[in-house]
Structure formats: C-alpha cells, structure tokens
Design a protein around this ligand. Sequence first.
Ligand SMILES: [Fe+2]
Ligand SMILES: [Fe+2]
Length: 149
Amino acid sequence: MRITQALLGEHGAIYPLLELIERTTASSDLGELKIRAGCLQSALGSHANLEDELLVPAIRGFLPPPPVSGDGAPVPTDHEVIDSGLSRVLSSLQLEEARQSLLDTVAETRKHFLKEETIIFQLTERELSRELQEQLGAEWARRRGVRLS
Ligand SMILES: [Fe+2]
Ligand SMILES: [Fe+2]
C-alpha cells in the first residue's frame, strides 16, 4: 500500500467529523464546541504529524520553497494555522467567537484536504518511486498500529 492511499483513507475517516461539526455548531453550547474541537485537534494533529514526518521530507525537493512574510519570518503552514484555530476554540470564553473559529477552521481543513488530494498526493505518486511510496506506507502502518498482510 502506498503512503498516499493511507493518507487519503485518513481524510475519508475525518470527513464525517467535519460534517458533524458543521451540522451541530449552530445549536451547540461552549462546552460541546470544545469537546468537538478537542476531538478534531486529536485526529488532525496525528494525521498532520505523519504527513510532516513521512511525506514532506520525501517530496520537499519537488515543492516550491516555503513562503516568508514581509519581515522575513516564515509564514505558518496550513497544519499550524488549523491547529492554532482549534486551540483558539479550546481557550475561548465566548460562545459566538468559538463557533466562528470552529467553522472557520473546518473550512480551512476542507481547503487543505482538497489541496493535498488534487495536488500534493498526485505529485507524490508522480515523482516518488513505487518502492519508496510503499516503504512509506509500511512505516505509516507501523506507526498507526495497523497490520498489513
Ligand atoms: Fe495535511
Ligand atoms: Fe492530509
């Protein structure tokens, strides 16, 4: 199994959580919003770590250089933007602010997933050897505790 197949499967498992949040945020209280934000942060955080540790080093040479802001500081990655959006929900004291931050972060996550599915994973499959893609897939399984026959 290739690394991209594993990561696409994770996106597939996370989409229902995004849908649940979109469907229920308007009627949720602050405590419920925080529980959902915490679940999403856990699911997305481990997914993003695997991408950053397994996939990104293998394809870095095929990606444009990371953007820098006007003062030369690195621009936060999509993964960092999403994580800080969820942290904002978890630390929020105001219901409306938490609702907006959560919905904005879910929208950001959908945009990020689409970019990976239509650009990053296709680039991976085009540029990396099949053998390397399968080695990375095996390492993904080892880290997730999934048995591959
Ligand atoms: Fe990602
Ligand atoms: Fe992803």
